[in-house]
Write a protein that binds this ligand. Structure first.
Ligand SMILES: O=C(O)CCC(=O)C(=O)O
Ligand SMILES: [Fe+2]
Length: 309
C-alpha cells in the first residue's frame, strides 16, 4: 500500500503495442494518477554513463565561482542557482535545451573555454536518454487517454532543461538540506541521484517515501504542467530532499520537460464528470509567475491560483 511502483524500461524490449508495453503502461498511468510519480529501472542506462556523468558533475562544481555565474538565462531557475534563501546549501547549474548537441556544446564552451569533450558528450548522452524515456512514458499516457493524435505535437513542443545539483555537507547541523517540499513547475521531471540518497516523494497515503539507490533508477514525476493538462487526473508529485547522512556531499541530476508555448487541456479530457479545471496557459509565463510570487515555499496549489477555472 502506498508504495511507489518500479517499472522496467528498455528501448529494446518495451515495444509499443506489445503485451509487456500494455502492462507497463497500466502501472505507469495508475502510479501517475495515484502518487504523481513512479520509478523507472532503465536498462539502457549504462553504469559507465552513470559514473561519467557524476564525475563530470563534480568537475563542473569545482570550477571557480566567476565561471559558474556565466551560466545565465532570462527564464527563472534556468541558470546558475546558488544560496537561494531557504536552500542555502544548494547549488545548481542548468543547460536549457540539453537535448540538442549545440546547447550542450555552448554550455561546455562557456564553462571550459579550452574545451571538455567528456563533459559535453556525457551531458548530451544523458539528455538523449531522458528524451527517449520521455517519449515512451508520454506515449503511454497519451494512449491510455485515447489521445494518440496529440502525441506528436506534444513531443515536438517538449524541451529539456538539464540541472546539475550539489547539496553541501550540512557540517553537523541537523542534516536537512532542502526541506522545502514542492511540486515541480515542469510538465514531467526525471531525477537521478548518485551515492547519497535524499529524494523523498509523498505517496497517496500522505507518507514520505525514499528509495534505494540503483545506478540505473530514475524517479519520474509529473509536474504542475501535466496536472493542468490532464484536467487533474494526474497528480503533481509533492517532494523534497532530505539528506540524513552526515558529512556527505550529495550530487543529483534533474531533467525537467517544459512545453514551448501554451499548455491546453485536450477537449477529450473535459466532460460532465470532469469539468474544465484549468484555462490554457503559457508554460514559461507560469514559471515566471511562480518565481515572482511571494511565499514560494507554500505555493502548493499555485497553478490553481494562476489559471484555475
Ligand atoms: O535533488 C533532487 O533529487 C531533487 C531536486 C528537485 O526537486 C528540484 O530541483 O526541483
Ligand atoms: Fe523538484
Amino acid at each position: 500500500m502506498g508504495k511507489i511502483p518500479v517499472v522496467e524500461f528498455s528501448n529494446g524490449s518495451l515495444v509499443p503495442g506489445s503485451e509487456s508495453w500494455i502492462q507497463a503502461s497500466k502501472i505507469v498511468v495508475e502510479a501517475l494518477q495515484d502518487h504523481g510519480c513512479f520509478i523507472a529501472e532503465c536498462k539502457d542506462f549504462s553504469l559507465e554513463l552513470h559514473d561519467t556523468i557524476f564525475s563530470v558533475t563534480e568537475e563542473l562544481f569545482n570550477l571557480p565561482h566567476e565561471t559558474k555565474i556565466k551560466n545565465t538565462n532570462e527564464k527563472p531557475s534556468h541558470g546558475y542557482i546558488a544560496k537561494v534563501p531557504g536552500t542555502p546549501l544548494l547549488e545548481g547549474l542548468n543547460i536549457d535545451h540539453a537535448e540538442t548537441l549545440e546547447e550542450c556544446r555552448n554550455f561546455t564552451q562557456l564553462m571550459w573555454p579550452a574545451g571538455n569533450d567528456r563533459f559535453c558528450k556525457a551531458a548530451n548522452s544523458f539528455a538523449q536518454l531522458i528524451k527517449s524515456l520521455e517519449a515512451m512514458v508520454m506515449r503511454m499516457v497519451f494512449e491510455s487517454y485515447g489521445l494518440e493524435k496529440h502525441y506528436e505535437s506534444y513531443m515536438d513542443a517538449a524541451t529539456l532543461l538539464m540541472r546539475f545539483l550539489k547539496y553541501q555537507n550540512p557540517d553537523g547541523i541537523k542534516a536537512n538540506v532542502n526541506p522545502i517540499a514542492h511540486t515541480d513547475k515542469s510538465f514531467i521531471s526525471f531525477l537521478h541521484q548518485a551515492n547519497v540518497r535524499g529524494l523523498e516523494v509523498m505517496t497517496k497515503d500522505g507518507e514520505w517515501f525514499t528509495f534505494q539507490l540503483s545506478p540505473s533508477a530514475f524517479m519520474i514525476m509529473a509536474g504542475d504542467g501535466c496536472l493542468a493538462w490532464s484536467n487533474g487526473r494526474i497528480k503533481a508529485c509533492y517532494h523534497r530532499v532530505s539528506v540524513r547522512d552526515d558529512n556527505q556531499v550529495r550530487y543529483s541530476l534533474g531533467v525537467f520537460s517544459y512545453q514551448r508555448g501554451v499548455i491546453k487541456t485536450p477537449d477529450e479530457l473535459i466532460n460532465e464528470e470532469h469539468p474544465q479545471q484549468y484555462k490554457p496557459f503559457n508554460h514559461i509565463d507560469f514559471l515566471c509567475y511562480y518565481d515572482s510570487s511571494k511565499g514560494r515555499e507554500k505555493a502548493e496549489s499555485l497553478i490553481k491560483t494562476y489559471c484555475g477555472v
